[in-house]
Write a protein that binds this ligand. Structure first.
Ligand code: VGL
Ligand code: ZN
Length: 204
C-alpha cells in the first residue's frame, strides 16, 4: 500500500553537505532582563543548542549574527528611532547568551554597525553571502531572534540570494510590537519559499 499523503504530517528532513546553521541575534539584550527583551526569547536557547549539536556532529558550519550598534545608533529612541538602546558593541547586552553553546569554529557576523543606518538582515552590509559561498553553503537553517525583524529580513535576503531556507519554527520568537506580527512574518517567509521545520521532524 502506498504511504498516505497527509498534508498534516510533518515534513521529515536531514542534514547534508552544503547545509549551514545561521543563528540570528541570540544576544543578552534580546533575552530576559535585556533592554529589548523578546517575550519567551530564552526558550530558543536550548533548542538551538540541539541544532548546534546536530550540525557539529555532521561537520557542518555554524554562523551567528549579532546586532552590533554604535552608542548613538539611529534606531535608538534618543536619536528618534523606534527602539530602546540595545546591543551596543562591546557591552554585556551585545554578548551572545552564555547558555548558547556556540562551537569554537563559529563564524560571527556583526551587523548594523553604522550609526546612521539600521540593518535587520544579516546580509545587509556584511560579507555573510561571500563567506557562505566560499564555504559551499546552499541551504541555510535559520533560527533566533526576533521572528518579525531580523529573522524575517535575513530569510528574505537569503531566498533572494538563491539559498534554500529551512526556518527553525521551534527556535524563533517574535517581538510583536503589534499582536500577530510573528504569525504574519512566518506566513510571509513561507510565501517567499522558506520551509518550516522542527527538531522533532529530523530523520534519525
Ligand atoms: C532586532 C529590533 C532592533 C532583531 C534588532 O534582532 O530582530 N530587532 N534591532
Ligand atoms: Zn538593533
Amino acid at each position: 500500500m502506498p504511504p498516505m499523503k497527509n498534508e498534516l504530517a510533518p515534513a521529515r528532513w536531514q542534514l547534508q553537505p552544503g547545509d549551514a546553521l545561521l543563528i540570528v541575534d541570540v544576544q543578552n539584550d534580546f533575552l530576559r532582563g535585556g533592554s529589548l527583551a523578546v517575550p519567551h526569547g530564552n526558550q530558543v536557547v536550548p533548542v538551538l543548542n540541539r541544532y548546534i549539536g546536530a550540525f557539529v556532529a555532521q561537520g557542518l558550519p555554524v554562523y551567528a549574527t549579532r546586532d552590533w550598534h554604535p552608542e548613538r545608533h539611529c534606531s535608538f529612541r534618543a536619536q528618534g528611532g523606534p527602539w530602546p538602546s540595545h546591543c551596543v558593541a562591546h557591552t554585556r547586552g551585545a554578548e551572545f547568551a552564555e547558555a548558547l553553546l556556540l562551537p569554537p569554529a563559529v563564524s560571527v557576523i556583526s551587523k548594523a554597525t553604522s550609526a546612521d543606518r539600521d540593518a535587520y538582515s544579516g546580509f545587509d552590509g556584511t560579507d555573510l553571502d561571500t563567506r557562505l559561498r566560499a564555504a559551499g553553503v546552499h541551504r541555510l537553517f535559520v533560527g533566533g531572534l526576533a521572528t518579525d525583524y531580523c529573522v524575517l529580513n535575513t530569510v528574505r535576503d537569503a531566498l533572494q540570494l538563491g539559498y534554500d531556507v529551512m526556518l527553525l519554527s521551534d527556535a524563533i520568537r517574535p517581538v510583536e510590537v503589534q499582536p500577530g506580527d510573528g504569525e504574519r512574518a512566518e506566513a510571509e517567509m513561507a510565501r517567499l519559499g522558506a520551509r518550516s521545520i522542527t527538531l522533532h521532524d529530523m530523520a534519525a
